[in-house]
Write a protein that binds this ligand. Sequence first.
Ligand code: HEM
Length: 235
Amino acid sequence: MKGTSSAYPLWLRLWHWTNAFLFVTLLITGLTLHYARPGTMPEGFRTDVLLHNTAGILLTLFYGLFLYGNLRLGNGRYYKVLSGDIEPGLLRQTGYYLWGIFLGSPHPYPHSEERKFNPLQKLFYLGVMYLLFPCVVITGWALLFPDRLPEQLLGVPGIGLWALAHTYIGFLLSLFMVVHIYLGTTGPTLGALFHLMWFGETSHSQAAPPVPGPDLRGESGKHDDLRVTAAKEQT
Ligand code: HEM
């Protein structure tokens, strides 16, 4: 059923796609800088530094929008860890991604206006957006002012540790992005979640009936499905 989703307001979609664009820019320029060899064209190197720094500063500003939206505009409610999210949520959702999805089982935590994320997705987003992301931003800003960093840290040159942490966290975030894009294809149809994140509305094909398969949901999952079906019948 086609319909606007209040869970994906305009500010969130603007933040998300700007963030994704800046992140990819940072990834490409970051890799170019990391693997630059002595003798690399200095102009090209300088351009990459400029692009990387500018994208990093803009990414920080947009992270402020994400935090503000979660604190003040109601999006934070989707990130609250609820009872049942860890146990049995994590196991049930992991089981679904590992085999249920390939057997055509119904989604254990179907997407709804009240619950945007499944438990695994929620914990992933929490870890990425509230732990890894701030770390990559802080280490990036520290590297913008290398002369202010301590000369030695744990017996090694201070800047070396910041650079190492920045690089490794950047790699972890890039890994997240690959998994994130794959999981983005696991909605009701291949493109349904991308459509939702881009347009803020469910695509027509989202009402496609699930392929029959073993039911991996617990009792709570089944009740959620009933709520979604009831909501669909009302529209
Ligand atoms: C080209 C790259 C990307 C694509 C195609 C993409 C795709 C998507 C899609 C389809 C959704 C909606 C599904 C959902 O609600 O989970 C989503 C949500 C989200 N994405 Fe991405 N994404 C990309 C990059 C990123 C990056 C780099 C980050 C952060 C480092 C990120 C963080 C998030 C977060 C936090 C949400 C949930 C936002 C909310 O509803 O509160 N994404 N993404």
